[in-house]
Write a protein that binds this ligand. Structure first.
Ligand code: GLY
Ligand code: MN
Ligand code: MN
Length: 440
């Protein structure tokens, strides 16, 4: 199906959902702005701009200060901020999109050259909820800024991806896989963290800030820093943990591969093989009706078994979990929802009403406690790391004898392992979007 048809079906579903949100919460209109950029303190420089995700959920037009008005039963009004400017390039829509944008026919469009004109065009809709960060202007227009009832409702709706969104994420996966292949090849040729990052961005074909998130390019021991963002320049690392994704029309891919290189400790390389096997088993366990928490528990059982078979732990998986030993090697959650944000919203919601279902106290970093349902997209990303800070308390406590400390100390320079795929839930199970493009 072409993008125009996919998008118009996507928007129809979004408008129906927004109408339900309005009816349930007592508002009559929903106003969403793409938002204003953040300006660094005491500076005239802005942080790279990211649109309000709820705006992108309804309209892929890029750039700040656009405003969208949605009312039940009406065509949505898109007010595009399009200033005349000689400091920064401003282009007509057709030039920006290389022809008429595929989404344009779905909106009534008004173009405004000034911010005042944007908000005058919007007027003062009665009983309107506003989503975005231009809260001063929204307040002056009499709008109710970011009411929790509406944001929860909209967040919940973001959990169920339309065919248009799946298309965007498929494209982001193609680019992410291309970047990963280039990054891995650069690593195996001896490249530094900085060079591997450049190889990834070059293959994706974008600027750093247009990637889905700050790239994680970790050689050796830095693989044990979960969100390591440094870019060192030494070459010929022995292990690479590469966690990078691309962004297409606002939608992310989030892919991790761990590659043992020349000179890598063979015991670490064997752990990577074991992690690959168990990660694929976990992907195969995805099915509607299962709780994500149960899958997370399954991942601890498998990682506990791997630690035991490698001789790192001298306890079986059940005992290792009960004593908190697996969490010392695997402190994060198995995965998170993925979409307009890398760590997408609504992972801990119990429903559109906004009630929360928090993770259990022993798994505080679990980012989703949801029941698995068709049309969700989430990551499956088990990890196994040698993190000195987390291991330290066990060296002297009552469980110390259950660890092989000599082996652990020899593996600490290898950092850690994470393997991450993006899964679309179907009626029958999981569709692994990542492996379709990046089989290993
Ligand atoms: N890329 C960050 C994460 O996997 O959560
Ligand atoms: Mn992730
Ligand atoms: Mn990731």
């Amino acid at each position: 199906m072409d993008l125009r048809t996919l998008f118009s079906e996507h928007l129809a579903e979004r408008l129906a959902w927004a109408s339900r949100a309005l009816a349930d919460t007592g508002y009559e209109a929903l106003v969403i702005s793409s938002g204003q950029p953040y300006t660094h303190f005491a500076d005239d420089q802005e942080a790279p701009f990211r649109s309000t995700p709820h705006f992108v959920h309804h309209c892929p037009l890029r750039g700040p200060h656009h405003v969208l008005k949605v009312e039940a039963g009406k065509r949505p009004l898109l007010i595009r901020y399009a200033p005349e400017d000689f400091w920064y390039e401003q282009l007509p829509l057709a030039a920006l999109w290389g022809g008429e944008p595929f989404w344009l026919a779905s909106f009534d469009l008004v173009e405004c050259a000034t911010l005042d004109a944007v908000w005058e065009t919007l007027g003062k809709p009665s009983r309107a909820a506003y989503i975005g960060n231009e809260t001063d202007r929204a307040g002056a227009a009499g709008l109710d800024p970011n009411p929790a009832s509406i944001t929860a409702f909209l967040d919940w709706g973001r959990s169920f991806k339309s065919a248009y969104e799946v298309r965007c994420m498929e494209e982001a996966t193609v680019l992410g896989a291309r970047g990963h292949s280039a990054g891995r090849a650069a690593f195996l040729a001896g490249a530094s963290e900085l060079e591997i990052h450049h190889a990834f961005a070059q293959a994706v074909g974008c600027l750093d800030h247009d990637l889905a998130f700050a790239s994680i390019v970790a050689l050796n021991e830095k693989g044990a820093t979960l969100h390591y963002e440094g870019k060192r320049t030494f070459r010929n690392g022995k292990t690479l943990l590469l966690d990078c994704g691309a962004n297409v029309r606002g939608y992310a891919s989030d892919i991790t591969r761990t590659t043992p290189g020349p000179g890598c400790d063979p015991r670490f390389a064997a752990l990577v093989v074991g992690m690959e096997k168990l990660q694929q088993e976990l992907c195969a366990e995805v099915k509607p009706g299962l709780s994500f928490g149960a899958l997370h528990h399954s991942s601890h059982l498998k990682i506990g078994a791997l630690l035991q078979s490698a001789g790192i732990l001298k306890a079986g998986p059940e005992e290792a979990i009960a004593k908190g030993l697996t969490r010392a090697f695997y402190p994060h959650g198995l995965g998170h929802h993925l979409g307009l944000q890398v760590h997408d919203v609504a992972g801990k919601l119990a429903g559109p009403g906004g009630d929360l279902q928090p993770p259990p106290p022993e798994h505080p970093y679990l980012r989703t406690t949801r029941t698995i349902e068709p049309r969700q997209v989430f990551t499956i990303e088990p990890g196994l790391y040698f993190i000195p800070m987390l291991l330290r308390p066990f060296r002297g406590n009552e469980h110390a004898a259950l660890f092989d400390w000599k082996l652990i100390d020899e593996l600490i320079p290898c950092g850690g392992i994470r393997i991450e795929d993006n899964i679309l839930v179907t009626e029958h199970g999981g569709r692994n979007l990542t492996r379709e493009q990046l089989p290993t």
